[in-house]
Design a protein around this ligand. Structure first.
Ligand SMILES: Nc1ncnc2c1ncn2[C@@H]1O[C@H](COP(=O)(O)OP(=O)(O)OP(=O)(O)O)[C@@H](O)[C@H]1O
Ligand SMILES: [Mg+2]
Length: 264
């Protein structure tokens, strides 16, 4: 039986490349012929602005409504057409700012998203969840619904791993309700092997998380350029080094999850 990978991209630190990773990884996985749904759980809705055909404020049914109006069918929230072929989108919106309070009032505050996504399980190949820079209920709901976790970190940032004990202790707690969550570890972004700070980061990430994603991403100005043009890095420049690293990351993830997905 086919199983869906629900990949949670989380880091409570802002600007760690969660959204950049979600979009470019999703694009490259879709290029490999897999169906991908990107779920934007961030009130900033950057991923939605980036790949959505409409502005998030024009969308009636976003992730915020998906979490609060559980009677509505899931299909209402999934936009098949986006700027990225093969990637559908559940929009984020500013309405997610209120979701924490609403979720807190639920009998099982951490498990609303998991229940909501249940109908998609076994249909989509990959659901990628772009989390907000917080450890509150939007992120813990994603962790409870996830099958796999990746934590992008800015490699050259000496403080990039500060406070990660908090994320790890949250993951540990959530494992009580989602024991099968697979931690794929830290994804080093803006990594430069020649820099001491990056080498130290790799060692520290490995000892803190137990594992580091084997594909590392470099730095390129094309990331910003691509997002201002609402394009993926591949669409802008498929020959770019970081673009190719995203391709390798997708290939690694597809291979790493092959058995889990039930693919021969
Ligand atoms: N490899 C890279 N090379 C150059 N710039 C990058 C790279 N990765 C990310 N950036 C830039 O870093 C900034 C932060 O990236 P991004 O928005 O993906 O982080 P985030 O973790 O989603 O942030 P937030 O926590 O606010 O949601 C963006 O301006 C993005 O263009
Ligand atoms: Mg983001």
């Amino acid at each position: 039986m086919k199983r869906t990978v629900v990949l949670v991209i989380a880091n409570h630190k802002g600007g760690a490349a969660k959204t950049t990773t979600g979009i470019n990884l999703g694009d490259n996985i879709a290029q490999m012929g897999k169906s991908v749904c990107l779920l934007d759980m961030d009130p900033q809705a950057n991923a939605s602005r980036h790949i959505g055909l409409s502005h998030p404020s024009e969308i009636q049914y976003t992730a915020a409504e998906m979490l609060s109006i559980v009677e509505l069918p899931l299909a209402l929230f999934i936009h098949d057409e986006t700027r990225v072929e093969g990637v559908s989108l559940i929009y984020g919106s500013i309405g997610l700012e209120n979701s924490d309070d609403l979720l807190r009032a639920e009998p099982r505050p951490n498990e609303v998203l998991k229940e909501r996504l249940a109908p998609l399980m076994g249909t989509a190949d990959f659901i990628i969840i772009d989390c907000p820079p917080s450890l509150k209920l939007l992120t813990t709901n994603a962790l409870a619904a996830g099958t796999h976790l990746i934590v992008p970190v800015e490699s050259g940032d000496a403080y990039g791993l500060h406070g990660h004990e908090d994320l790890l202790s949250r993951v540990k707690k959530i494992k009580q309700i989602n024991p099968e969550l697979i931690n794929l570890g830290v994804l080093l972004n803006r990594h430069d092997q020649r820099q001491v700070v990056c080498k130290n980061m790799e060692e520290n990430a490995a000892s803190l998380y137990g594992t580091v994603v084997p594909v590392k991403l470099g730095t390129t100005t094309k990331v910003k350029q691509a997002s201002s043009l609402q394009m993926t890095l591949r669409q802008l420049d498929s020959g770019n080094t970081v673009s190719q690293q995203f391709r390798q990351l997708a290939e690694w993830l597809v291979e790493e999850t092959r058995e889990f997905r039930g693919e021969a």
